[in-house]
Each structure stands twice: as C-alpha cells, then as structure tokens.
Design a protein around this ligand. Structure first.
Ligand code: NAG
Ligand code: NAG
Length: 337
C-alpha cells in the first residue's frame, strides 16, 4: 500500500485517477470472471475520460403496479427462441445501435428505437425510418428531466399526443431532428471522438423545426409520426414474449449495478457491485444458451460495448427488474401518412 501511495503521490491527478481506475478495473474484472461463467467481464471501451455512461435515478424504472397492467391475452405457442431481426431485416432501425453519449437520455433513445421498429413492422415496411430521440428528449416536458433521466411510459404517451419526427444518429444527420450530442470518449468505425466533457451535457433545447445539417429537411409538422396507444406490459415472461411476437420490440427499464459496465459477452446476471441507477433499453428477442434462458437486448452505448452494442440478460427471474417495467405502444397508421 505504501508503495502504491508513493507512486500515486508523484503523479498528476489525472494520471493518478486513471491508474487507480485501471487497478480497480482489473480487480473487479478478475473477480467477476472468477466467480461465475455465464458472462465475461472486460475493460470498458468507453474508457478514456469517463468510462461510465450516465444513468437515470432508480425511480425512473419503478415496477408497474398490477392495477395499471392491462389484461392482455398471452399467446398459446411461444417459440423457444426469437429474434425480431430475423423477420424484419428490411426495417433500417431494427439492427441499429444508437449512442446516447454523455446524457442520461436512455429513456428517450430506447423509446425512439422501439417506436421506429414498431412503425416499420405495423406498416409492413412502408414507414421505414429512424424516429428522433432528440425530439422526445428535448420537447417532452412531461417525461421527466431530459439528460437527467425520464419515464419510459411518459415517452410513449408523448408519442400518442404530440407525435415524433424522424431523426437518426449525430453521425448520420438523418431525418428532421438527428441526435445533437456527438459520441464521446471512444473510437467507433475508425473515428476517434473527443473525450467526454468534464461537465455533463445539458438537455438540448426544444425547437419546432427540423435541425438536420442535411440540405434535405422535411417540414416539421408533416414529419410527425403518431402512436395510437401506450401501455405498461405485464411482468410475466410470457406476457412480454407475446407482446414482442405480436407487435415488435419493447422498451424495458432495469437497475444497473457497477458490474454491468464490465459486460463483454454472455448472459448477464448481477454478481458484484452496488446499484448505481436506472437504465432503459430495447428488448428484441430471447433464446437459450447451454440451458440458460436469456433476453436479447439493444443498449445505447454505441457498437463497441458488449456484443456489438447488444447484451443478453437472464430471462424468467426478473433479473435487475428487467421484466417489471416494460412499456410499449401501437402506432397510429391513419394519421399523417
Ligand atoms: C456455453 O458454452 C460454451 C462452450 O462451452 C461457452 O463458450 C459459453 O460461454 C457458454 N455460455 C454460457 C452463457 O454459459
Ligand atoms: C408485406 O410486404 C411484403 C414484402 O414487401 C409482401 O410480400 C407482403 O405481401 C406484405 N404483407 C401484407 C400483409 O401486406
């Protein structure tokens, strides 16, 4: 310990912080990998600057109350494994991973991803777009606190009431309102993005016009896509599966513990570390590996994280609350198309 202290004492604070980080990193990673073999931990590729993406407060992903859950029919036949991408590969959003960057916008990003998929599926591929996370993040005042977190169900309700315009990633500048916060702190597809700012990103300002840097930009109002309904999905495994089979991916909230940041591959279960907050993601299927059941999930920490941006998490045991706060909705195909 003395040695360590001496070593740290002569380093600048940034080097000190990063060395200490690496040491703790190494310790936690070997611990996780030694006590179980369902998933593999490794150093985070979101490593320089801040290695952790911002979360929300745990209350943003509170479990649904039974009285709020509609009694929907569960399908009689549910396949052992299912991946929405195998059936709707023509939908541009279906196999897309987004990047929330240094903003606690997971609630809006996961809603936008899921809504995009559902629009494409419900329209049998004729509405094939990226719905704007930016529109939701910046304009939904009833959703919560923008980059400081929000409520997934409120996001879906906003889609029903106000509609959402198109908008892809910052890099793509796709659609009416692409994401305005650039990726940070990692190298993606050969592009090295700057360190994440020391100051957390502020919630972008809500504007009622298109903001894309692309010369093409449709009229804001004309570009709105609306939902018909928004609802909490039942907490039972079969209810979630039936919802996905009938209408496409769902948005799920869950609790993040520090070991989740180390996830590299496999089927995640919480094994070490403290609860850090809430997170929201897109669930797009399920399967079984070596007898262990899992959900297939898209994260929004870009493609370097986990299994090319995706992760798998234990299914059937409400791991980290992933089955208790699932939300979804149905697109309104009669409005504005
Ligand atoms: C399943 O078994 C294979 C081969 O032994 C192994 O590589 C993989 O990590 C296992 N997966 C899980 C989730 O245990
Ligand atoms: C959906 O689209 C596919 C391919 O474009 C087409 O073959 C199929 O008939 C369509 N289904 C319906 C119900 O319209």
């Amino acid at each position: 310990m003395k040695c360590l202290l001496l070593f740290f004492a002569c380093c600048s604070t940034t080097v000190l912080a990063s060395n200490l980080h690496q040491l703790l990193d190494f310790h936690e990673i070997s611990h996780i990998n030694s006590i179980q073999n369902s998933w593999t931990a490794g150093p985070s590729k979101l490593a320089f600057g801040k290695f952790q993406r911002r979360l929300m407060r745990s209350e943003h992903v509170k479990p649904h109350k039974s009285k709020d859950i509609l009694d929907r029919k569960v399908l009689e036949t549910i396949p052992e494994s299912y991946d929405v991408r195998d059936y709707w590969s023509q939908c541009i959003s279906i196999d897309n991973i987004r990047d929330q960057s240094d903003c606690g916008s997971c609630w809006a990003v996961a809603a936008a991803e899921t809504i995009s998929d559902r629009l494409c599926i419900a329209s049998n591929g004729s509405i094939n777009t990226f719905v704007s996370a930016e529109d939701l993040l910046s304009c939904c005042t009833s959703c919560g606190d923008g980059c400081d977190g929000g409520y997934p169900l409120q996001a879906w309700r906003y889609w029903v009431k106000q509609g959402l315009v198109s908008g892809g990633s910052y890099e793509s500048q796709y659609g009416c309102k692409p994401y305005s916060i650039a990726p940070c702190g990692q190298t993606v597809n050969g592009v090295t993005w700057p360190k994440c700012p020391a100051q957390e990103e502020a919630t972008p300002e809500c504007v009622s016009h298109c903001t894309s840097k692309n010369p093409y930009s449709s009229a804001y109002e004309k570009d709105k896509h609306y939902g018909l309904s928004a609802y909490p999905v039942g907490r039972k495994e079969a209810q979630i599966q039936s919802e996905i089979l009938q209408h496409g991916p769902v948005e799920a909230g869950f609790l993040v513990y520090s070991d989740f940041y180390r996830y590299k591959s496999g089927i995640y279960t919480h094994v070490s570390g403290q609860e850090l907050g809430g997170h929201a993601v897109k669930v797009l299927g399920w399967g079984v590996e070596n007898g262990t059941k899992y959900w297939l999930v898209a994260n929004s920490w870009n493609i370097n994280w986990g299994e090319k941006g995706y992760f798998r998490i234990l299914r059937g045991r409400n791991e980290c609350g992933i089955e208790s706060a699932v939300v979804a909705g149905i697109p309104d195909l009669t409005r504005n198309y």
